[in-house]
Every structure is written in C-alpha cells, then in structure tokens.
Design a protein around this ligand. Structure first.
Ligand SMILES: *Cc1c(COP(=O)(O)O)cnc(C)c1O
Ligand code: SF4
Length: 347
C-alpha cells in the first residue's frame, strides 16, 4: 500500500508521498502545533511535481504558517464570547452552532478553528451532549441547528441518529444544517445509512466546503447525488484562497461544477484572521474585482455571496462587488460589461 492509499497523518507520511522534500525544524514545529491529515481521495489529486498544486496548498503544511500577523487571533470570529455551554455557539438568535467533535477528515491549513480542531479533541461527552440538547430544547427561538467543525459526517450514522432524533422531537427546531467536507474528501463515508440517519421531520441542508473544481471528482459528485436524491438540499461554501482559487477561470469552473452537481453556490468566504494564514488571504478589493468578473459572464445560478466574518464576533456580512453608487439625484449603475447608466427612482 502506498502512503497515498493509507492517507497522510504525519510529517513522515508527507515525505514518503513526496509532498514535502526536506522536513526543516521550522516545518516540524508547524506540524507539532497544527495537525496534519490528507485523505486518500485528496492525496491522489495532488501532483507532487507541481509546486503550485491547489490541492496541496490547502492541506500540505508549510513554514509560512509560523508567520503570524498582529491582527491575527486564535479565535478570529469570537466564538468563545458566544458559547453558552461547551459545544454550542449561539451568536444569532434564530440559529445555533453545535460542534459534536473536534476531528476532521482533513486539516485545512487556513482553518479559522485551527487551534481547536484535531484528532485528539474527542467527541462531546454523553453528558455534554445532554446539556447541549437541553439548551436547545429550552430556547424556543432556535429555529435552526447548524452542525459544524469538526466535521459532523466523521461520526457514524448511529451516532448522528442519536443527535438528530431528539432534535426532530423539538417542535421549534425547523431546520437541520450540516457543514461538511466529507462528500469531497472522503466520499465513501456518504452511505445510504448516513443519509437515512440525518433525515427526519426537519428539512436537511448540507453545506459542502469545497474550494477547487478538481475536488469535485466523479466519486465526490456521486456522494453528493446520494444526499440530494435522498432528499437533502445542498449548498456550497468556499473560501477565497491565494494560490488555490484566486483567478476568474478557477472561480468560474468551481461555480459551474457546483451547479452541474446540483449544489447551489451560496457563500464564498473572505479568509478569516486565523493565526499563520496571511499567505492565503487577498486584499478585499482584489476579491471584489474577482467576483465582479463572474457577474454576467456566468449564469445567475453560479453567483455566490462574498462574505466576511467581522473579527470579534460581530457576524458575517456581504462585502462583494457593488454595482450601484448613490448620487445626489439618483443612482449610478454599472452593467456587466462596464457600461455606467444613470437610474432614478420613479415612484
Ligand atoms: C457562520 C455562523 C452561523 C451561520 O451563519 P449563516 O449566515 O446563517 O450561514 C451561525 N452561527 C455562528 C456562530 C456562525 O459563525
Ligand atoms: S474541514 Fe472545516 S473545520 Fe476541519 S480543518 Fe477544514 S476548514 Fe477547519
């Protein structure tokens, strides 16, 4: 069995697969601090001969991760300030994040939870889960429960059903949402048993985290089809990343690939201020210019909302390109080819 077939979990594995040439002390320090995992499906997509491989850039650690900016934070979006009890983040009144575990099938080098996710983090204890469920049961304003990172689809269908069943028994919980990378990075985990485990009274939305069109392999698309054919609605969630998807061509191909897979493009995230991730971020103006190229050139189905999570826990806001400027007596509107026209409210 080659290293790629076993999956990659250590610096030795990275060297064995040819993804890292020489493990320097600085790189060792990075790997000791932030866990490494690359699944077989993702390792197979990496071309070790390509120093700019967009899949490698997401999962193979580099010494850049040791460079920290003063604006970067361990908790960039202020989750801790809004966590009423372990496992829950309740920032918006109508929806709550529920983290059942800290483990993910892959560890993304740009993750905003990078200090908290990892293989040793463990699962919320049965007592912790009871307390989290009791909180949701007591808070009738919670309309939606969002299962978030670690990756909920790492859990067995039996474990998932143990959480989904009590939530479906709470009348005020109308929507269940799962944020996951599993359909792409480990598609075989998306079994019919998993689909059955998450289905119930509440409609189920799955937000797929995927950043490059190459990630949507035939196996990944088949895994998404099992979810969608099983009655799940799928939306996309991507991060705009330098060296991964920061060209108009790659973004266009990614959004088209989502729509062809019956996944509705939803959010494209501005990189959060996680520690040691500045090499992935782009200036906001550059991000807006990239998004502008999609408008008109690509189907309206292929237009994600560009969002930035305001550091400190103030929430996500759309910060994409603007096509309308307020003038004294009306509006200046820019068409997709760049033509600027004057528009006046006519009431
Ligand atoms: C991102 C996030 C949500 C979900 O926000 P949406 O805009 O509904 O996707 C909910 N709670 C927290 C704490 C979040 O960070
Ligand atoms: S799968 Fe999500 S939570 Fe896990 S490391 Fe990647 S971005 Fe972070």
């Amino acid at each position: 069995m080659t290293v790629e077939e076993k999956g990659i979990r250590s610096l030795d594995d990275l060297v064995g697969a040819g993804f890292v040439a020489s493990p320097t002390p600085a790189l060792r320090a990075v790997v000791e601090r932030y866990p490494v995992s690359i699944t077989t499906a993702m390792a197979r997509l990496i071309d070790p001969a390509d120093p700019a491989d967009p899949i490698a850039a997401q999962f193979v650690p580099t010494e850049h991760e040791a460079e920290e900016r003063s604006e970067e934070r361990a908790d960039p979006i202020g989750d801790a300030a809004h966590s009423p009890i372990p496992g829950l983040v309740h920032r918006y009144p109508d929806r709550v994040l529920l983290s059942l575990l800290h483990a993910c099938p892959v560890y993304c080098r740009f993750c905003f939870r990078r200090g908290r996710v990892g293989p040793s983090g463990g699962v919320l204890s049965p007592d912790g889960l009871e307390k989290a469920l009791a909180y949701i049961r007591d808070h009738h304003e919670i309309w939606e429960v969002v299962f978030s990172g670690g990756d909920p689809f790492v859990l067995s269908p039996r474990r998932l059903a143990e959480v989904v069943r009590p939530l479906n028994a709470m009348d005020h919980v109308k929507i269940l949402r799962f944020h996951t990378r599993v359909p792409v990075v480990d598609p075989a985990r998306v079994t019919n048993e998993l689909v059955a485990a998450i289905k119930g009274r509440a409609p189920v939305y799955v937000l797929l985290h995927c950043n490059h069109p190459r990630e949507l392999t035939a196996e990944a698309r088949a895994a998404c089809a099992r979810l969608i054919d099983g009655g799940v609605t799928m939306l996309s969630q991507s991060v705009l990343l330098k060296g991964v998807n920061d060209t108009p061509e790659t973004l266009e191909a990614l959004m088209r690939a989502f729509v062809e897979t019956r996944i509705v493009p939803h959010y494209l995230h501005h990189g959060d201020l996680a520690l040691g991730t500045s090499h992935f971020r782009l200036p906001l103006a550059r991000a807006q210019a990239l998004l502008k190229t999609l408008r008109g050139r690509v189907s309206g189905l292929c237009q994600p909302t560009y969002v930035l999570d305001i550091p400190g826990g103030y929430g996500k806001v759309p910060v994409g390109p603007t096509f309308a400027k307020a003038k004294d007596d009306g509006w200046s509107l820019q068409g997709f080819k760049g033509d600027v026209r004057f528009y006046k409210d006519c009431l």
